[in-house]
Design a binder for this molecule. Sequence first.
Ligand code: SF4
Length: 411
Amino acid sequence: MATDLPNSGSHPADVARAAALDVAAVLDKAEQGERIDATEALALYTRAPFHALGRVADTLRRRRFGETAQIATYLIDRNINYTNVCVTACRFCAFYRPPKHAEAWTHSLDEILRRCREAVELGATQIMLQGGHNPELGIEWYEQVFAAIKREFPQLALHSLGGSEVVHIARTSGLTFEEVIRRLHAAGLDSFAGAGAEILVERPRRLIAPLKETGSTWLEVMETAHRLGVESTATFMMGTGETNAERIEHLRLIRDVQDRTGGFRAFIPWTYQPENNHLRGRTLASAIEYLRLLAVARIFLDNIDHLQVSQLTLGKEVGQLGLHFGADDLGSVMLEENVVSSAGARHRWNLAEMIHLIRAAGRIPAQRDTLYRHLRVHWTPDDDPPFDPRLRSHLSSTALRPENVPSGSAA
Ligand code: SF4
């Protein structure tokens, strides 16, 4: 097991030195393509002029993508939240219910397959299975589900679970992280989602998720997965009371692992949603803080290709702006989402809007797959698909409304 502070060749930001740095010189350095350290990242995050910061991030994005820099991508996928039963009781979570709770549910395999079938019919290329830490579900349950999905829908990428679920399954089934990852991968899991990262720095993490694995254990799971050939994304939930230096430290921890593995495909920051949970809006991250973080992520995470802006928690306008602050991806037309919407995310969109938002931001929209390959580039409006009202985000909050749980589900 890992210690609380992972071994690293880098160092946390020095707050006093960050306050004294010449920000213009750091911006110049970043624009030249030189790597900046955590202290310089903190200086940019807290003090760089807003527009200049965005411009440098956009310059680096354009340089990274070269001939395809005009393209911004989107995905069609479905988050299938298979159980809301969870024993980890994170304070920011509005989705989970304890075992035996009257509103607790776990979807049957048939129900999961039905949702996959529906997603395939709508053109989804990816399924993200995410759920609570249900003590009733051991490795065999996941193997059965993944194998069944792959058997019936081999075209679907299973970009699912995350570091937390691996830790939970290892505990439930008495396996090592490596054994869990190998078995999930053999059963059909293609890559891990970046969920569960929340904030990886121990002080704020303990305050919002005291029963969750430590940040270093989450990183250890990801590093193990990457070593075994299973790639992942990485996320960051901003706005639960962390300091600016802790925000930068989160980025640094991810960059250090990426230096060793190269296994993070994308970084996806999003903002904490304050409804129906135990933190109750005590703190939030504003749109400006978010856009600054996004830009610094593009600059500081010089070893991660893709950066996604979170329309789900910030809305369409910030989604568009994010494409000018370093992001190259607008995320997914989410055919289903229950977890973040349970905590108050209200933003909705359909595929036509998504394409329009990208085009109106001055980019060429392209549908991508899980590996960020372009499946369909909409060079002109003539390339857009016919309008289909079913292709829209369904943020259903089934955790809050048990009557939404379909009859095929078993508690
Ligand atoms: S965030 Fe995940 S692990 Fe935490 S309580 Fe919610 S479902 Fe459980």
